[in-house]
Design a protein around this ligand. Structure first.
Ligand code: ADP
Length: 486
């Protein structure tokens, strides 16, 4: 908008009409004071200022305008019928005005000047806007950078205060920061701590991790410079993401040697204890069987039978514990050969049904094929799945044993129950050693090793296996035997 300042209304009117004709919006003030009030309140692109006015003349108004920071850059065109000599023109420029037009006004000249100033004003305004946005962009970046620095500092502080070896890497895996523990294990700031010769190469694992964009968690043995012994550490490296992109990785090595030793001692104890228990139990079993043979009165035979049942339970518990030791020491052996899976299934169902007469074990489908594997170990798996199906279905007495050939030429063997079921979360850990669900811990007896042994047997056969289950509806434990070999 253009502000026209003149004490004569007719002058204002004629200027307004010339400018409006060319679509310039205008405003007016009839005195210097009124003009000053308006410039402070509104924004003008140009001021056309009459020099000769009572009270405050145009030069005084211009001086005041150029004194305010808000208005100091607004161009001014002075208008005057007099004061046309050089001295007055110079004064006009000194007081902050930019151009000078003498009366009588030539509308064409006025318009030319107004257009030029208007354009200039627009350009200046755009430049200022650009400058402002650049300034705020710089401010924003500075603040963001500061925040990143603060966060990095905070992270370093945390990583420095923990007892673990800790480090961060850039998104590409190059080490960026390491805490003071690092140098107790590593040869240099850019080398990873020295690992046991039999363990994986950490740098290689990190390369793979960066490529896949997935966190890693692995056990490695590292040792301090001043120590002879390697100690097991859990290396965990997690990504730090910003807007879904990985910006860095944070890693820690936690000393787990003591836990490892405890587990080892426990495994050793289980191994020794089960071996020690096995020998007297075998003798007890022998003597009771002998007693069974020579005893003829019904009451004694009933008690002997009950004793034998308990002996068998104890026997299978000890056998499981011995299997755990064999797995741990890598001594679980397999006798692989072709065998008739149908008769193995029938046999297992029969034995299970004999001891659980209140359950109905239904068989659907037949394999009609010989399979390759360790018959006794696979029978152990089937027996375990069946015993669990019975144990964890106290309310529902029906169990299904499903045998079917899959189009992938694999034989599917599944044990389906309609019992308590297993939650999704528990299903992920169900095959882990000593894992028992909370429900079963409180309501059912067990050690949590049966499924672990089954999983190990099936893994060693390279058979796929798994569980499908819904809490309250039941479970299906299954494995798949490849039939290519037949
Ligand atoms: P155990 O039965 O001695 O606890 P297992 O290794 O055989 O040990 O089973 C581990 C856990 O898996 C059990 O404690 C139980 O929580 C769960 N589980 C196994 N089979 C079933 C099943 N058929 N239905 C529900 N839960 C089961």
């Amino acid at each position: 908008m253009i502000l026209i300042v003149d004490d004569k209304p007719e002058n204002i009117l004629s200027l307004k009409s010339v400018l409006s004709l060319h679509s310039f919006p205008t405003d007016s003030a009839s005195s210097g004071e009124a003009a000053l009030k308006k410039v402070l309140k509104n924004n003008y692109a140009l001021i056309i200022l009459d020099v000769q006015m009572p009270d405050m003349d145009g030069f005084e108004v211009a001086e005041a305008i150029s004194g305010y920071s808000k208005t100091k850059d607004v161009p001014i065109i002075f208008l005057s019928a007099v004061n046309t000599d050089k001295r007055f023109i110079t004064r006009g420029y000194n007081s902050g005005g930019i151009d000078y037009i003498t009366k009588p006004i030539d509308p064409e000249i006025l318009l030319l000047k107004v257009k030029t100033f208007y354009k200039l004003y627009e350009q200046t305004r755009q430049l200022n806007e650009m400058q402002d946005s650049l300034r705020s962009e710089i401010e924003f970046r500075k603040k963001a950078q500061q925040e990143i620095n603060d966060k990095a500092l905070e992270l370093k502080f945390v990583l420095e205060s923990i007892p673990q070896i800790a480090f961060t890497t850039k998104a590409d895996g190059t080490i960026e920061y390491r805490n003071s523990q690092w140098m107790l294990y590593a040869d240099s700031e850019s080398d990873f701590p020295v690992t046991h010769p039999d363990d994986v190469c950490i740098a290689e694992e990190l390369k793979k991790m960066v490529k896949k964009g997935k966190p890693i968690e692995l056990e490695v043995r590292v040792k301090k410079h001043d120590q002879q012994q390697y100690r097991y550490h859990l290396l965990r490296v997690l990504p730090v993401k910003e807007k879904n992109a990985i910006v860095k990785w944070v890693g820690t090595f936690t000393d787990i040697e003591d836990q490892k030793q405890t587990v080892k001692r426990k495994d050793e104890f289980i191994s020794i204890a089960s071996h020690e228990l096995k020998t007297p139990l075998t003798s007890i079993k022998g003597y009771v069987q002998l007693l069974d043979r020579i005893s003829h009165d019904n009451a004694s035979r009933l008690y002997i039978e009950r004793t034998l049942l308990q002996i068998r339970k104890l026997d299978s518990l000890i056998a499981d514990l011995l299997d755990i030791s064999k797995i741990e020491s890598g001594k679980l052996k397999f006798n692989m050969r072709l065998f008739d899976i149908d008769s193995m299934i029938e046999n297992t169902i029969e034995i299970t049904s004999q001891t659980h007469t209140d359950y109905i074990v239904e068989r659907t489908g037949k394999a009609n094929v010989k399979v390759f594997g360790d018959e006794i170990r696979l029978e152990q798996v089937l027996f375990n799945f069946l015993s669990n199906a019975i144990k964890y279905s106290p309310q529902s007495k029906k169990i299904e044993v499903i045998t079917k050939r899959k189009p992938s030429n694999k034989l599917f063997i599944g044990i389906k129950d309609f019992g308590i079921g297993i939650s999704q979360k528990d299903q992920q850990n169900i095959f882990d050693k000593y894992y028992r669900t909370e429900v079963s811990t409180h309501n059912f007896q067990g050690l949590g090793i049966g499924l672990y042994i089954c999983a190990e047997i099936l893994r060693r056969h390279n058979f796929e296996f798994g569980v499908e289950s819904e809490p309250g509806k039941g479970s299906l434990f299954y494995f798949l035997i490849p039939l290519e070999i037949n």
